[in-house]
Design a protein around this ligand. Structure first.
Ligand code: NAP
Length: 330
């Protein structure tokens, strides 16, 4: 695909082109530059969305570094970003449920990416209405991480006021939604975060905060109904004695070692382990949207970068210190 650098060209973007953050080889954040790419055309069951904001997820920079190249191969140029918020400007053929100008948000398959761009085609069955009252930047901070948190908690549908839930990585993208959803269910939430994020996670609904820099994460309580490890620093084998009978350990980091532990967990009668891989879902996004509109849930936006600073946005996320979500406005 022909890519012209904006530095070499005038900043007037032709009608059939768009600005996008793009990379043409795997590597550090610096491989990400803003260039002109052809504007995509929607297929019959897609809409073309003018993207106003996208958010960063760790999977974006893991792909950019080449960590997943067994799946992503050498297909370039690549545009990062799996979360977007914007408005519909064109339909492929059928206008199902939406009209031109409707404000929408979506998660697209992370391995495809493509949201750090002025335009992104999105299958109609992935588009949800942007929650009323949320800006595009706030809406773009929701999909992938909130869907992940929702999936994790849905594995224990019986969570309620008598339940105790440990969220490791409570101040990050997934954790900040998981704390709110678990607290909303009435559970006692024990949040693991550093001291600088104590007030944030308490504000989101945590009843107890464990500072992982000062205290062993698993030392304070030993009857968790759910342990959600959104960091990858816990081992099921070590966490297992801290689960209540019927308790569940959920990890988001599908490393080979975790799969071995998953197999071992099958042989445990009362304590279990699950590995989650989130997938896009319009239905679940609409349920989250309703909760956001009712004020039961809120996105935490750490920093908003302009598209031109996409590399800085990636570096920020890669530092591992994100509070909630990092957003790129386009
Ligand atoms: N399997 C899936 O489908 C799926 C879905 C979503 C995410 N993930 C993965 O899950 C991980 C988390 O994603 P995310 O978006 O939530 O990441 P994130 O927003 O980048 O997480 C950053 C947060 O983690 C906290 N943190 C870092 N080290 C910690 C530790 N040792 N203990 C407790 N908290 C710690 C940081 O707080 P401090 O600054 O206070 O340390 C920061 O607030 C990533 O690896 C991501 O790729 C997987």
């Amino acid at each position: 695909m022909k890519v012209r650098s904006l530095n070499e060209q005038s900043h007037m973007v032709p009608d059939d082109a768009m600005r996008a953050a793009v990379y043409r080889r795997y590597g550090p954040a610096e491989v990400l530059t803003v260039d002109e790419l052809p504007r995509p055309k929607p297929d019959p069951l897609e809409a073309l969305v003018r993207v106003r904001a996208a958010s960063v997820n760790p999977i974006d920079w893991k792909i950019r570094r080449g960590d997943l190249k067994i799946l992503t191969r050498r297909q370039f140029p690549r545009v990062p970003g799996a979360d977007l918020s914007g408005e519909i400007v064109e339909f492929g053929s059928a206008a199902v449920r939406f009209e031109i100008g409707d404000e929408v948000f979506a998660m697209v398959p992370p391995l495809e990416g493509g949201c750090f761009a002025e335009y992104r085609t999105v299958p109609l069955n992935l588009l949800a209405r942007k929650p009323a009252g949320l800006s595009h930047s706030q809406a773009a901070a929701v999909p992938l991480t909130a869907l992940t948190a929702r999936r994790a908690l849905a594995l224990k549908p019986e969570l309620g006021p008598a339940s105790t839930v440990l969220i490791n990585g409570a101040s990050g993208g997934v954790g900040s939604f998981a704390v709110q959803l678990a607290a909303r269910a009435g559970s006692m939430v024990v949040a693991v975060s550093s001291e600088r994020n104590r007030d944030l996670v308490r504000d989101l609904g945590a009843g107890e905060v464990i500072d992982y820099t000062r205290e062993p994460v698993l030392s304070r309580f030993d009857r968790y109904d759910l342990i959600l490890d959104a960091v990858g620093s816990l081992r099921y084998r070590v966490a297992r004695p801290c689960l209540a009978p019927g308790g569940l350990f959920v990890t988001l980091l599908p490393e080979p070692r975790k799969y071995l532990e998953r197999i071992a967990a099958v042989f445990s009668r009362s304590r279990r382990m699950r590995i989650i891989i989130v997938e896009p879902s319009r239905e679940e996004l609409e349920r989250l949207s309703a909760q956001l509109e009712r004020g039961e849930l809120r996105p935490v936006v750490d920093t908003v970068y302009p598209l031109e600073q996409s590399a800085a946005a990636h570096q920020h996320s890669e530092s591992g210190r994100t509070r909630g979500k990092i957003v790129v406005e386009i």
